[in-house]
Design a protein. Structure first.
Length: 288
């Protein structure tokens, strides 16, 4: 399934490294006008060079997504130059402090919330007026590996809390923006080998024995391909996914080719939401 994203204005935060970088390259190959931002100029310059060497279109901006004034200025400049933002993908994120909560520095814990959660909120807040005015748009957030899965990893409480909050925020925004034809979804990318993996390895025993061993195996075996996330993101950024909003989707386990067959269920149930209690299921059971 190849999404038609030619000439779309696609903004990717955290686009200098990891999944954000892979997304930037993939969308450029699909013909999108890619705009990346992060806090690190050298990373951004390399992404821009790589995309332009492929014949794609890219520009970069140095932005700290946790600082609302910087985010506001960034989006105002993008709109002024390009006239629209078709797709926003929020990849900027950090692990935050690793280890037990009582040993975590409170300031570092808050910083993870500021960047991961509030950074996402800041960007979505700024893009909403333009998408509402045009009555179309796509917003894709990143929920982190394993969010919504069966196992919560200890010793990463700031990261896990921020990413779970993004899932709730994604669902809330999908409801707010539904009448404006703006779809908002989250991607859980799986265990991708990025700089976050190296940070976890460097943390040693603070990451926990079980998770540390898992990270070592992942480093050796290669982890989940970031291309899985980019394929899902391209689908969610296209008109083919207009019937999907407010969902947390796994790049590893969820089959996008099967979504159309369960279109009604996607729209009218808690499938792919972070839900344990579903009142509709309770009333269905009572009626039997």
């Amino acid at each position: 399934m190849k999404a038609d994203l030619s000439n779309k204005v696609v903004v990717i935060t955290g686009g200098g490294q990891g999944i954000g970088r892979t997304m930037a390259l993939s969308f450029a190959k699909l013909g999108s006008r890619v705009i990346v931002c992060s806090r690190t100029r050298l990373d951004l310059e390399k992404v821009e060079r790589d995309i332009k060497s492929l014949g794609g279109t890219c520009e970069y901006h140095i932005v700290d997504v946790a600082v609302l004034s910087q985010v506001e200025k960034f989006f105002a400049n993008v709109i002024k130059k390009h006239g629209a933002i078709d797709v926003l993908i929020t990849c900027a994120g950090i692990y935050g402090p690793i280890g037990s909560l009582e040993d975590n520095d409170a300031g570092d814990w808050k910083k993870a919330i500021d960047i991961n959660l509030l950074g996402t909120v800041n960007c979505v807040r700024c893009v909403i007026p333009f998408m509402k005015r045009r009555k179309e748009g796509k917003i894709i957030t990143l929920c982190g590996a394993g969010i919504g899965g069966p196992n919560i990893v200890p010793n990463f409480s700031a990261y896990t809390t921020s990413k779970a909050a993004i899932a709730g925020f994604t669902e809330a925004m999908s409801k707010e923006l539904a009448e404006y034809n703006v779809q908002v979804n989250a991607i859980s990318p799986g265990a991708v080998n990025t700089r976050l993996l190296d940070i976890a390895l460097d943390a040693g025993k603070r990451a926990g024995k079980e998770f540390l061993e898992k990270c070592r195996r992942q480093k050796l075996e290669g982890g989940t391909s970031p291309e899985k996330s980019t394929e899902l993101a391209a689908f969610l950024a296209s008109k083919e996914s207009n019937y999907i909003s407010g969902k947390v989707l796994s790049a590893v386990w969820d089959d996008i080719t099967a979504f159309h067959d369960i279109k009604d269920k996607l729209a009218n149930s808690s499938l792919f939401n972070l839900r344990r209690i579903d009142e509709s299921m309770f009333f269905e059971k009572k009626a039997q």
